[in-house]
Design a protein around this ligand. Structure first.
Ligand SMILES: [Zn+2]
Length: 189
């Protein structure tokens, strides 16, 4: 087996593999706890984790990551960043405690029910958001495409006839170069 990469945070959980006890190197300690479930603070999505009430190394509480799809078989193993300060933060193998199977089973079932109840509302909200985004992106190119193209022609055309007809000046003043007054008349013919 290739050297496993420990999960460092919840963001890495979705792509993390689930191992089995057979993958755990001989002699490597396994941290075991019970399955718990809670909600993601921002999305409300039910999530599961493994709670270790009393760590056998540091005697403190720890909570490790877990995926619902990994199930509750105590043979399932996850390799994660360590939580024990006393022994540094060395990665460790995490799994479910068979002695707390009843609590894990209850959390497993409850979290699934909560997920089934949460999903339709979440899906509807996501679909609505996608629709709004699609509507926005459909409008954006339309406005940017139409404005530049028709804009230049009206800007130029009114200017061509706009030079006011030169005032009829008596061409009696010699020395004054009133050439321009002559050509509009010719152009009109
Ligand atoms: Zn510990």
């Amino acid at each position: 087996m290739p050297e496993p990469k420990p999960i460092g945070n919840a963001g890495e959980l979705s792509s993390a593999p689930c191992y089995t006890v057979a993958d755990v190197p001989p002699g490597a300690p396994i941290v075991r706890g019970k399955l718990i479930w809670f909600r993601d603070r921002s999305s409300g999505r039910p999530l599961v984790g493994i709670k270790v009430e009393r760590c056998h190394r540091c005697r403190k509480k720890h909570q490790y990551l877990w995926k619902w799809s990994w199930g509750i078989d105590p043979a399932a193993m996850s390799y994660q960043a360590g939580m024990c300060r006393v022994e540094g933060v060395a990665p460790c193998w995490v799994g479910l405690d068979p002695d707390q199977a009843a609590a894990s089973e209850a959390a497993y079932r409850e979290s699934h029910e909560a997920f089934e109840a949460w999903k339709p509302g979440h899906d509807a909200a996501m679909a609505e958001r996608a629709e709004r985004k699609a509507a926005r992106t459909a409008q954006e190119p339309a406005t940017t495409e139409t404005t530049p193209t028709p804009a230049p022609p009206p800007a130029i055309e009114p200017q061509a006839p706009s030079p006011p007809p030169p005032p009829p000046r008596p061409a009696t003043v010699p020395g004054l170069m009133w050439g321009p007054p002559a050509w509009p008349k010719e152009a009109r013919r």
